[in-house]
Design a protein around this ligand. Sequence first.
Ligand SMILES: C[S@@+](CC[C@H](N)C(=O)[O-])C[C@H]1O[C@@H](n2cnc3c(N)ncnc32)[C@H](O)[C@@H]1O
Length: 273
Amino acid sequence: MQRVHSEDFERVRQLYDEALDDNAPEQELIYPRAYGPSEYVGQYSDNTASDLRRMGLAMALPPGARVLDGGCGPGAVACLYAEEFGWDIIGVDISSRHIARGRQRVSRSPASDRVTLRQQNLYDVSELERFDGAYGTGAWCHFDATELFAKLGRLIRSGGRVAFMERTRKGLIPEPSYDAATVGWACPAIYSTDEYIEIMGAASFRSVMVEDMSPHFRALQASQIRERLVCREELMRRTSQKQFDTSLDLARAEFSLTEQGLLGYALIVAERM
Ligand SMILES: C[S@@+](CC[C@H](N)C(=O)[O-])C[C@H]1O[C@@H](n2cnc3c(N)ncnc32)[C@H](O)[C@@H]1O
């Protein structure tokens, strides 16, 4: 395992409430173009709507299931699953901006009565609450996986499922690049799929699906970079030259790791034993 830094949720909150707060116009412009128009539903993660639906189906939970969205962000994934799978979703997020945006979105959803969003750290969810499932998209990278799955093990009923899509480490990433891709994004570590499986096993989760999404991730990264360049003028008008340059540099740095075969992406679904 490569180094696991400490969790730092104050930095996570600052990242989303302050540093990335003016990121929304960039996201609204780039994501629909990079993913394809019907593949962007407001998600703040490297997952298309088709990926999200595939993950939801793999959770195999019935309508009415009580499902935790850990790090729900602006609530688009919660709305999608409530609308399409009929789940009752409790979304938690430590970012007040995301929860405020998410509540607006939920109020417009035909499934608004099935989605509750709370400004809360996932670790503060009471273990008296029981869930049939939990999922994370673009959010579980901010956790130390050992701590996260131990907590989820206490929240999910036996036979319930967890699912997530995240970056994975496929080789030894040179230290400066590793730190930029972890600490730089308030993430403690990048785990390999084997490490995830082992950590989940220790928390009584048996993996039922492990899909290597690396080629798809690579194509998505490439199209995000391409669309940023195509929309350069508009992006600089909507944000700033500095924001444009920073985003492009970060996207290129991560893409370079993917191209070297060091960074990948996976969909993992596991059942609580
Ligand atoms: C990249 S966003 C993804 C949002 C959402 N899942 C989506 O796909 O649109 C990551 C989110 O995780 C949230 N987050 C990170 N750590 C958290 C924690 N310990 N408890 C609750 N939310 C957390 C952040 O505040 C942020 O909104």
